[in-house]
Design a protein around this ligand. Sequence first.
Ligand code: SF4
Length: 260
Amino acid sequence: MRCPWCSNPEGLSKDGTLMVDEGKLVDAVCPNGAIQNQKIDRSICLSCHSRECITKNKNLGIRFPCQRYSVKSLIAEVQRAGSLFYDGGGVTLTGGEATMQFEAVKELLSALKASNINTALETNGTHPRLPELFPLLDTLIMDMKHYEPGIHQQVIGIGNSVIIGNIKKAAVEHADTWLRIPLIPGFNDSDDDAHQFANFFKQLSYEKVSIEVLAYHEFGKVKWNQCGMEYPFKNGCLSNGRRKEYTDILKKYELNLIHT
Ligand code: SF4
């Protein structure tokens, strides 16, 4: 997916993205001349594998928020933190999109369940094998960004047929599914959109499904710049109170609405 309002753009590339705060950048941390006058030439970084600006000459102006872990080391870390998991605590996998690493996610969730650790997954719902994870998840959290396939394709870059299929399966097979609508101005925030979503949700075995509306925010905007990318979402802000008005429409359909 390529949602133009993404709040975690550093997760868009599976190989990670250098994040740069030019005001704090120190030219000398790069031995390859990629940083001059506090500006970075990312074309030089493409062929740099040592990343001495991060690994050796650290400074606050540059970081690489991507690290590789083996599944074993993650399991060991979770088990070390076990004493923190009281009162419903546990592990939530989120992203980026965790299911892009499907086999590793499945192995990790299997090990967590075997250790009786509570598990949750936040996913965009696009993985065709997602239902294989249902038995390993205490809570399944899926986005539903738009009900109309053409608009989904046009704005986000892919259609929604797999997502809809996974939502329908989850509503039948999974005991605790949360569906989230990210409320995006000009994309899915009209009254008609609210009615269309509600009509879709009413077709589900919705007593097992919770619905949450999340209001658009621009917290990710600065991160797009730090990743060297222009923030592509230009539709402005959500008006004050719009999330509540929208939720009020959904309430008329007697859906199981939540606000976390
Ligand atoms: S990634 Fe390599 S080339 Fe780029 S700033 Fe860091 S050290 Fe320099």
